[in-house]
Design a protein around this ligand. Structure first.
Ligand code: 7PM
Length: 275
């Protein structure tokens, strides 16, 4: 699969299905991730038309705990095998740890999705030795503390210049520009106002000459944009955001609800919305 691909779906963005393999998401009630539920989730995503699957072994949500390399690998490596049993979709691994990247690269992962934009020691050098896709995401602070007091003079300019800088570092290290996509990192050290400003300027990120990945599915900003109970479903709002992201040129959408997102994008596209 190519990066800027024609996915035979009237130039829709690629849909990346989220599959978290943390014990709270896919456990059989115990502390391990359950094989059958991972296989079922992957089969469902493939059947409903996902273009790739993003596996996360450490939750990067605000305030989440850090897990060790060994623990993360114990979650992610078996999940890669199970997903390959279930479907032949390309696999992305959501990790910022160089050691985890090394292991999944040796298993032929398609994309490294790094919320830390390859800033960990050794990450750039490692990725330069592999022909693999990478997503460079912006965040301010660390997932443990990033939502405490996000602050920017100009959020769009600052996220742009961070990503520009990381792209330069990647190229200096020998990574292929054609393998790289960028992501403004919604919810990662950003207030609602920052997120809204970034989303409003999504087109600007096209200037970086890389595909833009957008991850807003079910995030708190979707709930915060309107009056809503904390436990109310954010699906409808997430679909609206997916459509707007497509219209603003996003090439990859990272989502929980694959069939619903594809339905929304197909209808929007068939009725004349395009990217
Ligand atoms: C709060 C914040 C809750 C973030 C949950 C999350 C992204 C990602 C995640 C994203 C890329 C989630 C996340 N979000 N990778 N990993 N872009 N590239 O929604 O926006 O699962 S974690």
């Amino acid at each position: 699969m190519k990066f800027k691909m024609h996915n035979n779906k009237q130039a829709l963005p690629l849909v990346m299905g989220i599959l978290n393999v943390t014990p709270d998401s896919f456990s059989d009630g115990g502390k391990t991730v359950d094989r059958d539920s991972v296989i079922r989730a992957a089969e469902m995503m493939a059947k409903s038309g996902a273009d790739l699957i993003d596996i996360g072994g450490e939750s990067t949500r605000p305030g989440a705990n850090i897990v060790s390399v060994d623990e993360e690998l114990a979650r992610v490596l078996p999940a890669m095998d199970w997903i390959r049993e279930a479907c032949d979709l390309p696999i992305s691994i959501d990790t910022y740890k160089t050691e985890v990247m090394r292991e999944v690269l040796s298993k032929g992962v398609w994309m490294i999705n790094d919320v830390n934009a390859l800033q960990a020691p050794g990450a750039l050098e490692l990725l330069a030795q592999h022909d693999v896709k990478v997503c460079l995401m912006h965040k301010q602070g660390t997932p443990q503390t990033m939502q405490a007091s996000p602050s920017y003079e100009n959020v769009v300019e600052e996220v742009m210049s961070f990503l520009k800088n990381r792209l330069e570092k990647c190229q200096e290290s020998g990574l292929q520009l054609s393998n790289i996509c960028v992501d403004p990192g919604f919810g990662f050290g950003k207030t609602l106002q920052h997120n809204v400003e970034l989303f409003g300027s999504l087109e600007v990120f096209q200037q970086l000459n890389c595909p833009v990945l957008v991850g807003v599915s079910r995030k708190s900003m979707i709930g915060a944009l309107q009056k809503m109970d904390l436990n109310e479903s954010r699906l409808a709002g997430s679909l609206a955001a997916a459509i707007v992201a497509m219209q603003k040129g996003a090439q990859i959408l990272r989502v929980h609800d694959v069939p619903e997102t594809l339905q929304a994008l197909r209808v929007a596209s068939a009725l004349g919305l395009h990217n």
